[in-house]
Design a protein around this ligand. Structure first.
Ligand code: ASP
Length: 425
């Protein structure tokens, strides 16, 4: 980054703040053609969606190509297995910690006490059924890998890509050309990520401005306690748990980590999608945090698909909230069931906006709570989705840092340097 030139992450930050301010101000402007048609559903929508679509376009090829590369370049299957087991265990453990924080705080602060559901017309809302766990597991195996890619089914793509990667690494010299091709494809797709990131600040502005302009704040007032508790739990998890784990396992500065990872956090915040953020977090992991491509290209796509600590936090607070407004006492065994179900549900939660809400029905059902309770919190979910998605992807990056450091796949010089190699992120 040259002196005097504004870095991309500063530009994204400016876009985010301006979007927030604009969105809030728009709530006080009377409805009309210029406000609604021209700006909210015209300009803001156009720039926001253009950015979102451009990064979404890259997700399937990126996950596929980078996982093939990641698995192929591990060299030996033992190393891949070791990193895989460490990563998955870490993902599951942090999700269980996340939901425990959420359950404890909401049991103490009782967000649902004082609210009564009897007056609301909850039956009008239809909530999609969550998929049973056995189906989630079976569904990881693709019938037709091309269809999996066409439908963007991440778990199936991950399974297929890993098999190809392991196959390539086992065949070694024999398939050198294909391995090289995948490496070049990876460079190509990362180049396209660079192109797309040029419009990130404007895209972030459009997405945030439109969300806050159309959200409306009336519905929020009775739910402020619930919202605050979700946000506080997210903050505690991000700072104390992630910061603590990072310090404990890597001895690196959590502050520096958050500073350097910030562009990815703001993209997650404005898109509410872990998958859409993946191209950005992969680039930052390598260029900005010093994580080796081999590890990042394996753990980050996996994390964006199966690791959702922020979502688990929302589900924990929501479960206690709904139990309280229905006057149901949750027993210790219900709490344990919630921890287990929400942790497993996070594997099946797709990294796109709003899916955490759908998976919440599975968690509620597991402890016999009425699924209709979701209707009450649905209206404000969009804003919480932004915050929890930011935590979801931060968790992936923290785990990746820890695994990379433990495996000697981490470049401390890049992490500590103030400038960023070849980039102005
Ligand atoms: N939007 C979240 C994500 O992409 C998932 C969710 O909680 O709805 O990580």
């Amino acid at each position: 980054m040259k002196k005097g030139k504004i870095s991309l992450s500063t530009k994204i930050f400016i876009g985010l703040i301006l979007g927030l301010i604009t969105g809030i101000i728009f709530n006080f402007i009377p409805q009309g053609f210029i406000r609604d048609e021209l700006l909210i559903n015209g300009v803001f929508y156009l720039v926001g969606q253009a950015f979102l679509k451009a990064i979404m376009m890259l997700v399937v090829p990126l996950v596929f190509i980078s996982l093939v590369n990641g698995a192929a370049s591990m060299g030996d299957i033992k190393k891949l297995g070791r990193i895989g087991v460490k990563t998955v265990l870490f993902y599951l453990a942090t999700t269980a910690i996340a939901i425990s924080i959420a359950l404890s705080l909401s049991t103490v602060f009782k967000p649902g006490v004082g609210l009564n559901l009897s007056n609301s017309s909850l039956s009008e809302v239809t909530i999609k059924e969550a998929i049973p766990l056995v189906e989630v597991i079976l569904d990881m195996i693709p019938n037709n890998p091309i269809a999996s890619m066409a439908n963007g089914n991440m778990l199936q793509i991950i399974v297929f890509a890993m098999l190809i990667g392991v196959g390539l690494s086992t065949l070694g010299e024999k398939t050198k050309m294909i391995t090289n091709l995948f490496q070049q494809l990876n460079d190509l797709i990362m180049k396209i990520v660079d192109f797309v990131m040029i419009i990130a600040p404007i895209g972030v502005f459009g997405l945030i401005a439109r969300t806050f302009a159309t959200q409306g704040f009336d519905a929020m007032i009775p739910l402020i306690k619930y919202m605050s508790l979700v946000l506080i739990s997210l903050l505690i998890h991000a700072t104390i748990v992630y910061g603590g784990l990072l310090k404990l396992f890597t001895r690196l500065s959590p502050i520096r980590f958050f500073k350097k990872f910030f562009p990815a956090i703001s993209v997650a915040f404005s898109t509410s999608s872990s998958s859409a953020t993946l191209p950005v977090s992969m680039e930052i992991a390598e260029e900005n945090l010093g994580i080796s491509k081999d590890v990042a290209s394996f753990t980050l796509p996996l994390g964006a698909t199966i690791n959702m600590d922020g979502t688990a936090i929302m589900q924990g607070v929501a479960t206690v909230f709904i139990a309280q407004i229905y006057g149901v006492d949750l027993t210790l065994s219900s709490f344990l069931t919630v921890i287990l179900t929400a942790t497993l549900a996070s594997i099946g939660t797709a990294g796109v906006p709003g899916v955490g809400m759908i998976m919440l029905s599975m968690v509620l059902q597991s402890v016999g709570l009425p699924v209709e309770g979701i209707a009450l919190i649905m209206g404000i979910d969009r804003i919480l989705d932004m915050a929890r998605t930011s935590v979801n992807i931060t968790g992936d990056a923290v785990c990746t840092m820890i695994v990379a450091k433990a495996e000697g796949e981490f470049n401390e010089e890049i992490f500590n340097s103030e400038t960023i190699k070849n980039k102005s992120l």
